[in-house]
Structures are given as structure tokens and as C-alpha cells.
Design a protein around this ligand. Structure first.
Ligand SMILES: Nc1nc2c(ncn2[C@@H]2O[C@H](COP(=O)(O)OP(=O)(O)OP(=O)(O)O)[C@@H](O)[C@H]2O)c(=O)[nH]1
Ligand SMILES: [Mg+2]
Length: 333
């Protein structure tokens, strides 16, 4: 399992400078005083940020922070145009938002494969002295300098794009659920905070339609709070509660409220999204008896659909998946 997951990066990029125009005069054996023939400088390269599939995070920008596109070459004699500088193309995962770090303005939301944004245009090349010949100035000793490249500080923020975000307190069984229904293999363990980074999984319906899930690492530990950003783009939040820990209604509401408030504190409209509630671990005997009654109480209280399931035995899982797949389809634009 990958241990580090980088979803934010601050970098500085610079576009290439334009090459200078050339000061040059035509020289030939029988034409000692040929006119000016200094060519233009090449254009500096742009810096482009683009979304590439199959990148799982921004770790490419963990150590190297500074990037520069190539500058244009100077112009030459015989009206030779300097070579343009190559563009610099920086790949980021699909779902990365690009901000100008100084103004905090969002420059682009690269939410589809291949989407791109020019974050810094290269400088134009300078004009060579061939352009400066006039009737009164036959031998201009002037040429334009190239325009310097631009430096821009960028903040990259990667927010996963999935259909469903699985959230819930530690140890509720989120990973076991994910590992049962998708090919994802997150670590499942009987202690809290097992999952340290968001886990992606794809479930295929009976019609082979993909439904994408992300497990948001268990919350409650301050540094992990930031992973809630990966739930922001989900259509549905699937709230997992561990029913085996809950013995009565008061318990249940306390557990639910503290978790829901925690999500609400993140903002970004997370708690206004469609939500589905799961009471997991109904196979554990004590929980089994009361769970149906608790589920309907929770439904009354929240207005959300509540599904008692067991990620362990699979009870209720198929029905839940069908409901989730159907509501994803309904939401389709
Ligand atoms: N009996 C029973 N045990 C379960 C069930 N679901 C999960 N567990 C167990 O509960 C423990 C925690 O499961 P995880 O899937 O790691 O829980 P999690 O919500 O991903 O936990 P964190 O990643 O730590 O937040 C593991 O020991 C699982 O085997 C269930 O439906 N029934
Ligand atoms: Mg987990």
C-alpha cells in the first residue's frame, strides 16, 4: 500500500523568455555594404498544466518545486528567425484545480482527461534590425530585446472525482465494505485509523456500469481532516456507522450527530449532498436485534435512507449497491 498521498502542492513556474532580435548586416563579396538582415528572436515556451489519466496524486511535485519552459533563441543574420522555446507541460491527476497562489484565483479545474490550461505564456521574441531600415536610416544598429518570461506561483489541489464517498468514524467497516465490492484492497484491521489515505475502488453493476467509490480515511485525527476534500465532488455521501457499538437510541444519535457535525465543519456543501446511511456489522449478535428499530429512528431523525448491512457476511450489501447504482444513474446529467 502506498503510504504517502500528496493532494496539494505549491510550485513556481516560469515561461520562457523571447529571444533577442539580431543586429546584422548582409555581407557578400561584391556587396560590401548590404542592408540590415538581422532576424527576429524565437518565442519563449509556454507553461501548460494538463490532466493525465492514471496519475494517482501530486507526488511528482513533492520535491521539485520550480519549473521553467525553454527560452527562445536569438535571431541570426540572413533574416534567420531564432528557434522558439519548447513549451513545458506539467501533468497532474484528473480532478486537479489550479490556483494562482498570490491572488487565490482558480485558473482551471482540470476535471476531464486531457483538459489543460496555459498558466504562463512565453515572452515574444524581439524584432531583428531588418525591420528598422528606413529611407533615412539605412544601417540601423538597433534590434528589440525579447520579452522576458512570466513567473507565476501556483497552488495545485487534487480533489478526487468519484460517484460515492464512503465516510464514517474509525473502525466502522468502510474498508471491508470496499474490499468486498471492488477490486480495491485497502487494509482492514480491528483498530481505528487503519486507512491513512483515500482508497479508490470501482464497482461494476450487473450491466457492467462502473460506479466509483472512495473511502475517506477515518476522521477525528486533525491531520486527516483535509481528506474530506475528496468527498466534495461525489454525488452521494455514504455514511458508515458501526452498529455493534451502539446499544440504544441515545447512543446512536450521539454517534451520528458528532460525526455529521464534523463533516459539516468542513463546509463546501458536503452535508447538503445526497446522503445514504449504513448501520454496519449487523451480524454481531447484540446489534442484530435492535438494528431495524434503530434504523427507522435514524431515518426519522435524518430524513435519509438507512440500510442495516454486514460488510462481513454480505447481508444487505447487494440491495444497498442496487440503490446506490440507481441513484447515481438518476443523477446523471
Ligand atoms: N463482525 C463484523 N466485523 C466487521 C464488519 N465490517 C467490518 N468489520 C471489522 O471491523 C474492523 C474494522 O474494519 P475496517 O474495514 O478496517 O474499518 P474502517 O472503517 O475502514 O476503519 P479505519 O480505516 O480505521 O477508519 C475489522 O476488524 C473488520 O474485520 C461487519 O460487518 N461485521
Ligand atoms: Mg479503512
Amino acid at each position: 500500500m502506498k503510504v504517502s498521498f500528496i493532494d496539494e502542492a505549491d510550485i513556481v513556474v516560469a515561461s520562457g523568455s523571447g529571444g533577442g532580435g539580431s543586429i546584422h548586416f548582409h555581407r557578400a563579396r561584391f556587396l560590401p555594404k548590404g542592408g540590415p538582415d538581422g532576424g527576429d528572436g524565437g518565442r519563449g515556451g509556454d507553461v501548460i498544466v494538463f490532466a493525465r489519466e492514471n496519475l494517482s496524486d501530486l507526488s511528482a511535485y513533492l520535491h521539485k518545486k520550480s519549473f521553467r519552459a525553454e527560452s527562445g533563441a536569438p535571431g541570426g543574420g540572413n533574416k534567420q528567425h531564432g528557434k522558439d522555446g519548447a513549451d513545458l507541460r506539467l501533468a497532474v491527476p484528473v480532478g486537479t484545480q489550479v490556483f494562482d497562489a498570490e491572488t487565490e484565483e482558480m485558473l482551471a479545474d482540470l476535471d476531464t482527461p486531457g483538459a489543460e490550461v496555459v498558466v504562463a505564456r512565453g515572452g515574444k521574441g524581439g524584432k531583428g534590425n531588418v525591420h528598422y531600415k528606413t529611407p533615412v536610416r539605412q544601417a540601423p544598429r538597433i534590434a528589440q530585446k525579447g520579452i522576458p518570461g512570466r513567473r507565476v506561483s501556483l497552488r495545485l489541489v487534487y480533489k478526487m472525482i468519484t460517484d460515492i464517498a464512503v465516510v464514517g468514524p474509525a473502525n466502522a467497516g468502510k474498508s471491508l465494505f470496499l474490499s468486498r465490492i471492488t477490486s480495491a484492497k485497502p487494509k482492514v484491521a480491528p483498530y481505528p485509523f487503519t486507512t491513512r489515505v483515500p482508497q479508490l475502488g470501482v464497482y461494476f453493476t450487473e450491466h457492467e456500469e462502473p460506479v466509483t467509490f472512495v473511502e475517506i480515511p477515518a476522521l477525528g485525527m486533525a491531520p486527516e481532516r483535509r481528506f474530506l476534500k475528496h468527498a466534495e465532488r461525489a454525488r452521494i455521501l455514504l455514511y458508515f456507522l458501526d452498529a455493534s457499538r451502539i446499544v440504544n437510541e441515545a447512543d446512536l444519535f450521539r454517534e451520528w450527530t458528532s460525526f455529521f457535525d464534523w463533516v459539516r465543519a468542513h463546509g463546501h456543501g458536503l452535508t447538503e449532498k445526497a446522503g445514504v446511511l449504513v448501520l454496519n456489522k449487523v451480524d454481531i449478535a447484540e446489534a442484530g436485534k435492535e438494528t431495524e428499530a434503530l434504523a427507522s429512528k435514524l431515518h426519522e431523525r435524518t430524513g435519509m435512507s438507512v440500510y442495516p448491512i454486514s460488510a462481513q457476511t454480505g447481508r444487505g450489501v447487494e440491495n444497498l449497491l442496487k440503490v446506490l447504482a440507481d441513484s447515481c444513474k438518476l443523477d446523471m446529467p
